[in-house]
Design a protein around this ligand. Structure first.
Ligand code: FDA
Length: 303
């Protein structure tokens, strides 16, 4: 309930304005966001790589309604690919289709994504298409499946909160498309999504097995040790080698667990966002853990 309220309030324009100008919110954002520039993001990438942790870079931005901005977003991603290539970093990229123009039209978005994928293909890099709110699920699935026929190195994300996800998992398994499994960070209607956290967690546990047994290098993206331990158990039972899947976590969350899994010999990748448009990303992190929000509120009113 609190999660829903945080996500709902965060969408109100007056609150967005207040938060973006709030010094404490900016400070908290720095915990989850590597900085405003690509150079800072590359520094954070190299620090993680030194600790044997891979990275997926996200240039923050979503829901653009401007064709030129969507094209600039694609250019920015191409520039990230060039930086990764030049520095030989252990990293790939995560993109949001609404940043590349999905709200404008499928054509604009497809053209921009194709440009990014073409460059990634030249360098041999993988591109992850993040999953946004359910209004975009079908179009995201369709676009990824379509482009995967030309670009093998594209994959996407499925959210166990959505009731449709088992069917989507099956579709991606059959088409041999890489997927990242998450619980889901968006506000969804009870008619299409589980309302209770236990149901979302149980759905996650159920989907781990098909993902690990039949998936193409699946990404188990969670900070929940119960999910992680279940994945490790299934992999051990089925003798699935560690190199065949990876764990993923968000920048700034459960660093201890990231390091522990990496030290145990598992592949670990950190999702590393950067850029000035941190507000929507930060609100999702607040909703996942309202203690983060209470920190901002109490420090704002303290003095
Ligand atoms: P859960 O919410 O149960 O948290 C488990 C534990 O993790 C908590 O007890 C706490 O210790 C820690 N934790 C979790 N969130 C925290 C936070 N914000 N601050 C501090 N501690 C926190 N979603 C989506 O809809 N589309 C997407 O494309 C992606 N992409 C993505 C990539 C990666 C690499 C990750 C890890 C996650 C996503 N997500 C996402 C977000 C995902 O849907 C989910 O909201 C978060 O991962 C939180 O859920 P957990 O699985 O961690 O479990």
């Amino acid at each position: 309930m609190l999660k829903e309220s945080v996500l709902f309030l965060a969408q109100q324009e007056s609150i967005r304005h207040l938060a973006q100008h709030n010094v404490v919110a900016q400070r908290v954002a720095r915990r989850f966001v590597a900085g405003e520039t690509l150079d800072l993001a590359m520094e954070a990438t190299s620090a993680l790589n030194q600790r044997r942790i891979s990275v997926s870079l996200d240039h923050l931005g979503e829901n653009t309604a401007d064709e030129r901005e969507a094209s600039v977003a694609a250019d920015d991603y191409i520039s990230i690919l060039e930086h990764i290539h030049q520095r030989n970093a252990d990293a790939n990229i995560s993109v949001k289709l609404t940043a590349l123009g999905l709200d404008i039209s499928d054509t604009v978005c497809r053209d921009n994504l194709t440009r990014v994928l073409r460059r990634a293909q030249e360098y041999g890099f993988f591109v992850r298409v993040d999953m946004e709110g359910s209004a975009y699920t079908q179009r995201t699935m369709d676009m990824v499946c379509e482009l995967h026929q030309t670009f093998a190195q594209v994959g996407t994300v499925l959210q166990t909160a959505l009731l449709r996800t088992p069917d989507d998992v099956e579709r991606l398994l059959q088409e041999r498309i890489r997927m990242r499994l998450v619980k889901g960070a968006y506000l969804e209607a009870p008619s299409i999504a589980y309302a209770r956290k236990t149901d979302v967690d149980n759905a996650y546990l159920r989907l781990l097995r098909p993902l690990l047994e039949r998936g193409v290098y699946p990404a188990i993206a969670t900070h929940d040790e119960r999910m992680i331990n279940a994945a490790i158990r299934i992999a051990q039972e089925q003798a699935i080698p560690r190199a065949r899947f990876e764990f993923q976590m968000l920048y700034g969350i459960r660093r201890d667990l990231q390091e522990r899994l990496s030290a145990m010999g598992y592949n670990v990748r950190v999702y590393l966002p950067y850029g000035s448009q941190w507000y929507p990303y930060l609100t999702r992190r607040m909703a996942e853990r309202p203690a983060n929000l209470m920190f901002i509120v109490s420090n704002t009113f303290r003095g």
